[in-house]
Design a protein around this ligand. Structure first.
Ligand code: GLC
Length: 427
């Protein structure tokens, strides 16, 4: 492994039991946990796992991954296909369960008391053919971040439709630039060609009544005129209310512009809420969040369902300790700590009534309804093919946004490509 993990002799559970019975302390394990990260998640990890390390005597080392979930997926797949024993736990995106299920330990039995305290739909999303492949550590649903001070100054209200957002962003951007704020942009979001663009574009399409790419019954629905209208709307933002560079933005680039005070609106996940209110933020206290706009007047708002989980590798030689860590990270103590420090949405129902969380991170209780109604990406119906489907979708969207073909042309081609991937049925 590139990070030079030293092999460690396998200690079986039976051997540990003998040691314990003989009164000797059970030897401590060192676990390796891989995770991508945005915001301060890597810095906060040591504090998060400290109580578990103290209680068990084991140690955890975080192996950081690139921020892009698509890049993480590629790396994880290589390690898992090679049966790498050096990684004990993987932090996994909500969409990966069906594709990686075979490499992970079934946690059904270990989590039989914990799982019923989580939202059933989230546990369901991590269950593949009856096997619980990962335990949820937080869920995700995006918000429209808006600058209260700028809307108030220019006499505007929070936009309810994308057309309203476009007009308001343009008006405030023009007026502020005329006053010398040369770096101000109307709207920042995730336009890079990766999984994040699939999330943003699914929201545009769904909110215009254009479906969810592939429907729950497996049918390919993306080539329709509402989806075309949605993508053409977004294309109109590039270089007008959004910088041309938005086509290379992931979550952190958007947050960078926003948190230095250079955007009126931002589409981002709840993690940006706590960071935006931190002492080093130029927008501390100046913003609020709302559901994303609708495609049409009175039409639906759509938020893509995100979220992260922890899975135990089948190839780990320290599975007992790894399962204990997974239960801790998915449990109430760690989820509360994560909610407070990172404004991540818990997956444990009772934490939405927690007074400390509501006081410190008010977005959390407000966002319960948003994530419960969030739109899943088609990872369940497309089974082992989701990553290919998503990559084709984000490429078609990225081409459209870059002026490489019209939305109508790109979606027509996408339909053909997805039909080829599907073949005689999703597998
Ligand atoms: C967030 C979501 C995750 C999604 C990713 C896309 O991390 O929680 O589900 O895939 O953003 O960039």
């Amino acid at each position: 492994m590139s990070f030079g993990v030293k092999g460690r002799a396998l200690r079986s559970a039976a051997f540990a039991a003998i040691l314990a019975a003989a009164g000797s302390p059970v030897l401590a394990d060192e676990l390796f946990y891989v995770s991508g990260a945005v915001g301060k998640a890597v810095e906060n990890f040591a504090t998060l796992v400290k109580p578990w390390e103290d209680a068990t005597g084991h140690k955890v080392t975080l192996v950081p991954m690139p921020a892009s979930t698509s890049d993480q997926f590629g790396q994880y797949r290589l390690w898992l296909a090679a049966g790498a024993a050096d990684i004990d736990l993987y932090q996994t995106d909500v969409i990966w369960a069906p594709q990686l299920a075979e490499h992970f330990v079934d946690l059904t039995e270990a989590a039989k008391d914990l799982a019923p305290t989580h939202f059933p739909s989230i546990i369901e999303s991590q269950t593949v053919d009856g096997k619980l492949v990962a335990l949820p550590i937080f869920t995700d649903a995006p918000a429209l971040y808006y600058r209260k001070d700028l809307l108030e100054k220019h006499g505007k209200s929070v936009p309810k439709t994308w057309a309203e957002l476009t007009a308001t962003a343009q008006a405030i951007q023009d007026a502020e630039r005329a006053e010398g704020k040369a770096d101000l942009w109307g709207f920042v979001w995730q336009g890079n060609a990766y999984e994040g663009l699939t999330c943003d574009a699914l929201e545009w399409v769904k909110s215009f009544g254009g479906g969810q790419i592939v429907e729950p019954d497996g049918s390919i629905s993306i080539n329709n005129e509402n989806a075309v209208a949605a993508l053409e709307t977004a294309k109109g933002w590039v270089g007008t209310i959004s910088p041309g560079g938005v086509l290379a933005y992931q979550e952190e680039e958007a947050r960078g512009v926003w948190q230095t005070g250079n955007a009126v609106f931002m589409r981002n996940w709840p993690y940006a809420y706590g960071l935006g209110n931190s002492d080093d933020s130029a927008v501390k206290g100046l913003f609020d969040v709302a559901p994303l706009p609708s495609g049409t007047e009175g039409g639906p708002s759509a938020a893509t369902l995100g979220g992260w989980n922890v899975a135990v590798s089948k190839y780990s030689t320290k599975q007992e300790a790894a399962i204990s860590l997974a239960l801790y990270l998915a449990g109430p103590e760690a989820q509360k700590a994560r909610a407070l420090s990172e404004s991540n949405l818990p997956t444990i129902v009772a934490l939405y009534d927690d007074a400390d969380i509501a006081a410190q991170q008010p977005i959390i209780p407000r966002w319960k309804e948003v994530f419960l109604q969030a739109v899943p990406r088609p990872s369940a119906p497309t089974k082992g093919k989701y990553n290919e489907v998503s990559a084709k979708f984000w490429s078609a969207v990225h081409n459209t946004l870059s002026g490489n073909g019209t939305a109508a042309e790109n979606l027509e081609l996408l339909e053909v490509e997805l039909s080829d991937i599907k073949g005689d049925g999703w597998k």
